[in-house]
Write a protein that binds this ligand. Structure first.
Ligand code: NAI
Length: 246
């Protein structure tokens, strides 16, 4: 896959799925701008991208903070002049049974997972429209389709991403901008490492392919959707879940 001369913004790329997406894109020739909350992880990701030979800018920005996001995109454009690819990956969980769920847990997850996508996309979209080219991929989740006990906030935020993706795809198609989602199932990352052995066995029993996915499995799907091979695909969700939900 050759994406040379492209510039991507990947949110939440300090670790986990976002980091692997950023590294896959860098290997395909893309210069990378990324956000992350933790400086140590940021430095590590930046060093790995630069070792591949790509330019890289890292920002410690909260995607829920619209002013900070606008400032970041302005600074990134000063340096890189354009953003061709946007991967809205940053996401959090704050699980609780609905009866116990606090207003802050609801607000926080919606602010980061859903308003964060609004803020970042809003900040980059004018440039994509001007250049009549853009590839947007939003990372949602299987639970946005199936629901999950204890995750009313998280699954609502992820379900909202489907509406966002489909509507934006329709609005921007005539500007040669595609907008798609990738919905991972259970992927081995820090997010899932907090699961108990019993939880993992219960999950594996529901996965037809019999194993958790890897961050590479998700990054491969993203790389496809931003490549020329996917030029005629917009408004869709690519499920990466080992057959757990189709
Ligand atoms: P992770 O917790 O390992 O990484 C999340 C990244 O987002 C980190 O780099 C973190 O710094 C960043 N982040 C968190 N809050 C942020 C904020 N307010 N502003 C900017 N950046 C922020 O998570 P993981 O597992 O790599 O998940 C990545 C995405 O994939 C998330 O959207 C998650 O919901 C989704 N996902 C993950 C699955 C899994 O099995 N790990 C399954 C389905 C979806």
């Amino acid at each position: 896959m050759n994406l040379e001369n492209h510039v991507a913004l990947v949110t939440g790329a300090g670790r986990g799925i976002g980091k692997t997406i950023a590294l896959h894109l860098a290997k395909a020739g893309v210069d990378i701008i990324f956000t992350n909350r933790n400086k140590k992880f940021s430095d590590q990701t930046q060093a790995e991208i630069e070792a591949i030979g790509r330019q890289c800018l890292a920002f410690q920005v909260d995607v829920a903070d619209a002013d900070a996001v606008n400032e970041m995109v302005k600074m990134a454009l000063d340096d890189f002049k354009k953003i061709d690819i946007l991967v809205n990956n940053a996401g959090i969980t704050q699980d609780n049974l609905f009866l116990r769920m606090k207003q802050e847990e609801w607000n926080k997850v919606l602010d980061v997972n859903l308003s964060g996508i609004f803020n970042v996309t809003k900040a980059v979209i004018k440039g994509m429209i001007r250049q009549r080219y853009g590839r947007i991929v939003n990372i949602t989740s299987i639970v946005g389709f199936t629901g999950n006990p204890g995750q009313v906030n998280y699954s609502t935020s992820k379900a909202g991403i489907s509406g966002f993706t489909k509507s934006l795809a329709r609005e921007l198609a005539n500007r040669n901008i595609t907008c798609n989602s990738v919905a991972p199932g259970f992927i081995e990352t820090d997010m899932t490492s907090e699961m108990t052995k019993e939880q993992i066995s219960a999950v594996l029993a529901q996965i037809p392919l019999g194993k958790m996915g890897s961050t590479d499995d998700v990054a491969n799907a993203v790389s496809f959707l931003v490549s020329d091979q996917a030029n005629y695909i917009t408004g869709t969700t690519l499920h990466v879940n080992g057959g757990m939900y189709c």
